[in-house]
Design a protein around this ligand. Structure first.
Ligand SMILES: O=c1ccn([C@@H]2O[C@H](COP(=O)(O)O)[C@@H](O)[C@H]2O)c(=O)[nH]1
Length: 312
């Protein structure tokens, strides 16, 4: 098994080399596919047809956006919704993106007891092990997201792949959705909120996992729709990569994300999905130039993020 270098360091190098802190999100909802692609593959069953269209759209979008992004975040739910062909499609798209030098993240947010978490970890970033007969990579992403609600023993199996295989982990710290505060803003004894307590745990899980550039392989997901929380998390978690979904379709503003970055212009990763895949719907070229529309949206986002991150 080829050892990958430390994930936090790989991110530092990739962001610096590519001049981009943008993560292309791929959430393959067919309502955002150009109609010409939907009408293809008609000879296949419905789910197989959807998987073929997803692969075609995903491959073209990743290729078109590659010059402007540092990583691709694949939303696991959409691939599961395609049935058995969906996971094979996801596996091939992860390999394709990796072959283009992009880091890959599977956004599945599992959270379960230790034994089950270990199976999730093997599936997303690890290897399947057959007792006494070796192991093989499953999805083979560079990193995944995880839900910390069950606490340390549910996150530990993922940390083992971080430590042994150079993988990365992004732990939900404060989500982007409108109802996030129902639980995450609840006050705890001592003045912290639930999200603040999770940030404390993330700091503990990252400890000992920092690379020479000062960045850890354990990161945090913080919704870009709560910019004040982004600033708080940056102060609470120095050297932790913040994965920031919520710009574009959810209304988060790039201009408010400056506090995510350190003096070197590092530390924030701005993720956008629907606003890139669906960009053709408002592009003058329409569906005929849908890849170009996606690439333009990614380039624009890269430039906006570079304006706010300084140090670039
Ligand atoms: O707090 C969170 C955590 C994860 N996400 C995921 O990011 C994308 C957002 O898609 P857009 O189309 O750019 O809104 C999606 O996969 C979410 O599951 C999030 O939005 N917020």
């Amino acid at each position: 098994m080829a050892e990958q270098p430390h994930f936090g360091e790989r991110l530092v190098r990739a962001v610096t080399a590519r001049g981009s802190c943008v993560v292309l999100g791929f959430d393959p909802d067919p309502i955002f596919f150009p109609p010409s692609i939907l009408s293809r593959h008609a000879e296949q069953s419905l789910l197989e047809r959807a998987a073929s269209a997803t692969e075609e759209v995903g491959a073209a979008l990743v290729e078109a956006c590659a010059p402007f992004v540092v990583a691709v975040k694949f939303q696991l739910a959409y691939f599961l919704a395609l049935g058995p062909a969906g996971l094979a499609t996801l596996q091939r798209l992860i390999r394709l993106a990796g072959g283009m030098g992009l880091l890959t993240i599977v956004d599945g947010k599992p959270g379960d007891i230790d034994a089950t978490a270990a199976a999730y970890a093997r599936a997303l970033i690890g290897r399947f092990q057959w007792p006494g007969d070796g192991s093989t990579e499953v999805l083979g992403a560079d990193a995944c997201t995880v839900n910390p609600y069950l606490g340390t023993d549910s996150v530990r199996p993922f940390l083992e792949w971080v430590d042994t295989s150079g993988k990365g982990l992004f732990v939900l710290a404060h989500t982007s959705n409108p109802s996030a505060g129902e639980v995450q803003h609840l006050p705890l004894a001592g003045g912290k909120t639930v999200a603040g307590a999770v940030a404390g745990l993330i700091g503990r899980w990252a400890a000992g996992r920092f690379g020479p550039s000062g960045f850890a392989s354990v990161g945090a997901v913080v919704g870009a729709t709560y910019p004040e929380v982004v600033g708080e998390m940056r102060r609470e978690l120095p050297g932790i990569w913040l994965l920031l979904p919520g710009v574009g379709a959810q209304g988060g503003q790039v201009e408010a994300l400056g506090p995510a970055f350190d003096r070197r212009g590092l530390g924030g990763l701005v993720a956008a999905s629907r606003s890139i895949l669906g960009a053709w719907r408002t592009h003058p070229g329409g569906e005929l130039r849908w890849e170009e529309a996606g690439a333009e949206a990614a380039r624009r986002l890269r430039d906006q993020v570079n304006d706010v991150r300084g140090g670039a």
